[in-house]
Ligand binder design. Structure first.
Ligand SMILES: NC(=O)C1=CN([C@@H]2O[C@H](COP(=O)(O)OP(=O)(O)OC[C@H]3O[C@@H](n4cnc5c(N)ncnc54)[C@H](OP(=O)(O)O)[C@@H]3O)[C@@H](O)[C@H]2O)C=CC1
Ligand SMILES: Nc1nc(O)c(N)c(N[C@@H]2O[C@H](COP(=O)(O)O)[C@@H](O)[C@H]2O)n1
Length: 219
């Protein structure tokens, strides 16, 4: 499986403000580039923090791109994947609206009635890990289901776990022309952070986009 992490951060490294509400850091060209990334992916993944904050749909917005996927034998939209240990995803979340397959990665601690509720809502519930989703096991199960190209859009808690588990192959970051600030605002990589054995990156591309810069790295 190839795992690409893509996100947009302010010039000071924040994904959103301290209010953790959805905030457009990208401009139109970067959002269009992300739409293309989604169209090229088998699945798009976020953490439940992002579902609760943004209620994203994670679908391909451009009709021609959806049509091209269907033409090559894929589903109209990539699958959606949410890491959600105890099932905090609301039943009326857009990720459960039926416009794409949705995988809910949960832990063994997820309440059985919530699991049934999510399955009734059409989600594939995949258990991995005792208290928290074990991303290594969970991604291996997704790979077993034919997901070879996984696009991870955030947020910072999930991105840290994926780096910590050594699962990230590529990182693309749009650095937008904004300062957000705030010690409690989410950053690109949160979690506990690294104190040694920092993941090392090799810069593969730099491009000006929307008054900011797009940085692409191999891990
Ligand atoms: N600018 C951008 O490009 C983007 C911005 N955002 C912003 O980021 C913020 C949300 O980010 P954040 O709060 O970090 O939330 P995340 O989306 O990273 O979700 C974190 C939650 O996922 C669950 N989870 C399950 N398994 C794991 C695991 N193994 N590792 C880590 N998390 C796991 C945890 O909840 P539990 O323990 O209950 O399972 C955790 O609290 C919002 O403000 C959103 O707007 C988000 C995406 C992109
Ligand atoms: N690339 C990018 N730039 C930003 O400025 C963003 N705020 C995000 N957010 C991500 O996009 C999701 C919304 O997707 P839909 O439009 O609802 O399909 C959001 O949840 C973040 O994952 N991304």
């Amino acid at each position: 499986m190839h795992v690409l992490v893509n996100a947009a951060m302010s010039a000071d490294g924040k994904l959103s403000s301290r209010r953790r509400e959805q905030l457009a850091v990208s401009g139109p060209d970067d959002f269009d580039r992300v739409d293309e990334l989604r169209a090229e992916s088998d699945a798009v993944m976020v953490g439940v923090g992002t579902v609760l904050a943004d209620d994203p749909s994670l679908t391909v917005k451009d009709a021609d791109r959806r049509a091209a996927r269907v033409e090559r034998g894929d589903s109209e939209n990539p699958a959606r994947v949410v890491a959600d240990s105890r099932i905090r995803t609301p039943p009326d979340a857009k990720v459960l609206d039926g416009s794409a397959e949705t995988y809910l990665l949960v832990s063994e601690a997820a309440p059985t009635d919530f699991v049934e509720e999510m399955e009734d809502a059409g989600a594939y519930v995949v258990a991995a890990g005792e208290d928290r989703v074990d991303v290594t096991t969970a991604l291996a199960k997704l790979e077993g289901d034919g997901i070879d190209r996984l696009l991870v859009e955030g947020g910072g808690e999930l991105i840290f776990s994926l780096f910590e588990a050594g699962l990230v192959d590529e990182l693309s970051v749009f650095v937008g022309p904004k300062v957000i600030g705030g010690r409690d605002a989410p950053t690109l990589v949160d979690g506990d952070g690294f104190v040694e054995e920092f993941p090392e990156l090799e810069l593969t591309d730099v491009e000006r986009v929307d008054g900011g810069v797009l940085l692409t790295w191999d891990v």
